[in-house]
Write a protein that binds this ligand. Structure first.
Ligand code: CTP
Length: 412
């Protein structure tokens, strides 16, 4: 294949928000301190982040913190015309791709629900015509109050997006719903709001991670899959508006927000769940590293060691992918993955024919930075005409974007 050696340092950083400007409204809640870190994270994803702080937000955190973290001037005053050619709220509203309010207090939610405009953030909300996301954060009683709930309903009816809040212990010590969502959830909500809904109306099943085949109560046979590639496939599909069902073997990754999650352990469990879900799926992506063999017998009691050699008898596990392709519903797209250590192209083409998949994504897991347990991947995508696209080494979420671009071309 003539691969060029590619070290991790050469992989370009993943910047899905490159070229996007986010107007970042911060209102006065204790979670304003987290907002500073989230703002920084968004700039790392490539976004230009323009902070706007309410008077009460400035009691929790300084505009200077946001300016330093984002490299942009923080806006605070509705009537500050210094250096502006037009009035600031009109200029800010015009130049942004997304407006987020993070954290959003009960007060700003109430103002926005009723069209009040008495400071810079609430005025911006009325002068802004693009997508808006609120990230509520408040005491659980305030969140549960009928007035807040009515106001949130009104925001939804106005077409605003609402992400969270999360459940847990609030800063005041109360436990309940009201916490700002964690960064991963905020990130997915923001990327999704800036991503065209090209998979809207499509139901997708994605498998990910390894399986574990039990030998006895303390031992199992498994593989090195981290689940990163499958989780990236699930996240990107969700960002594009698909309904996503993720069937995952045991991994140490956060569940992607907004996806229906099915945790499994063995190949047999994965087969059962996938077969149950596949009938309702437009696309099935088998990114899991499913066991090919499973012990003929799983012992109830721990196996004791002895001085002699030990032979474990293994029997074939069901090939889920082959089952799916031979039972596919009309128009269903089935995508397989293959991990090879040599003769990548030849083995991948053979596997594509044998498994009868529409697309096969192949990688050479013997290469550094490719395959198991690394954040990057380099793959070949083989399409129905056996045309091969070589995707260079990229972050797995960016590789997933390439794969979904190809899948979308096949979805009728
Ligand atoms: N797969 C499956 N069920 C199995 C084993 C694999 O559905 N019991 C799927 C994987 O999810 C993947 C594809 O088959 O999409 C190829 O997996 P891979 O391990 O590369 O190939 P195998 O079919 O197992 O063949 P081999 O191990 O001989 O390379």
């Amino acid at each position: 294949m003539g691969y060029k050696g590619c070290s991790m340092t050469e992989v370009p950083p993943y910047r899905p928000l490159s070229g996007k400007t986010i107007l970042y409204g911060v209102t006065g809640g204790i979670a304003a301190y987290k907002a500073a870190e989230y703002a920084r994270n968004l700039t790392k994803l490539g976004a230009a982040v323009v902070p706007v702080l309410s008077r009460n937000a400035r009691r929790f955190i300084s505009p200077l913190t946001f300016s330093a973290l984002t490299g942009q001037r923080s806006h605070t005053d509705l009537f500050d015309l210094s250096g502006a050619e037009t009035i600031p709220h009109i200029e800010l509203a015009r130049s942004s791709d997304l407006f987020i309010i993070l954290p959003a207090t009960a007060s700003i939610i109430g103002k926005a629900a009723n069209g009040l405009a008495d400071d810079l953030i609430s005025t911006l909300l009325l002068s802004y015509s693009g997508p808006v996301l609120f990230f509520p954060s408040m005491n659980p009683y305030m969140y549960g109050h009928a007035a807040t709930q009515e106001n949130l309903k009104a925001l939804r009816a106005l077409g605003y997006g609402i992400v969270g809040p999360d459940t847990g212990e609030a800063a005041c010590g109360e436990v309940g719903q009201g916490r700002l969502v964690p960064w991963d959830t905020a990130k997915e909500g923001i990327i999704a709001a800036l991503t065209p809904s090209s998979l809207s109306g499509i139901t997708v099943v994605v498998t990910a991670g390894p399986t574990r085949e039990s030998v006895d109560p303390v031992r199992f046979i498994s593989n090195r899959s981290s689940g990163l590639m499958g989780y990236a496939m699930a996240k990107v599909a969700r960002r594009r508006g698909a309904e996503v069902k993720l069937v995952s073997g045991p991994v140490s990754l956060e569940r992607p927000p907004g996806v229906e999650f099915h945790g499994v352990e063995t190949a047999a469990e994965m087969a059962e769940i996938v077969k149950g879900l596949a009938g309702g799926a437009d696309v099935v992506v088998m990114a899991a590293a499913v066991a090919d063999y499973t012990p003929r017998q799983s012992l109830d009691r721990k196996m004791k060691k002895s001085a002699s050699n030990l032979t474990l008898e293994l029997m074939p596990a069901e090939d889920i992918l082959s089952f799916l392709t031979s039972h596919r519903r009309l128009g269903q797209i089935i995508v397989g993955f293959c991990a090879e250590t040599h003769d990548l192209k030849a083995n991948a083409l053979k596997k594509k024919r044998e498994k009868g998949v529409d697309l096969l994504v192949a990688n050479d897991v013997s290469m550094p930075g490719v395959g198991f347990d690394v954040p990057t991947n380099e793959v070949l995508i083989i399409d129905p005409e056996e045309e091969i696209e070589q995707v260079p080494m990229l972050h797995k979420e960016e590789v997933a974007e390439h794969i979904w671009d190809r899948i979308q071309g096949l979805v009728s």
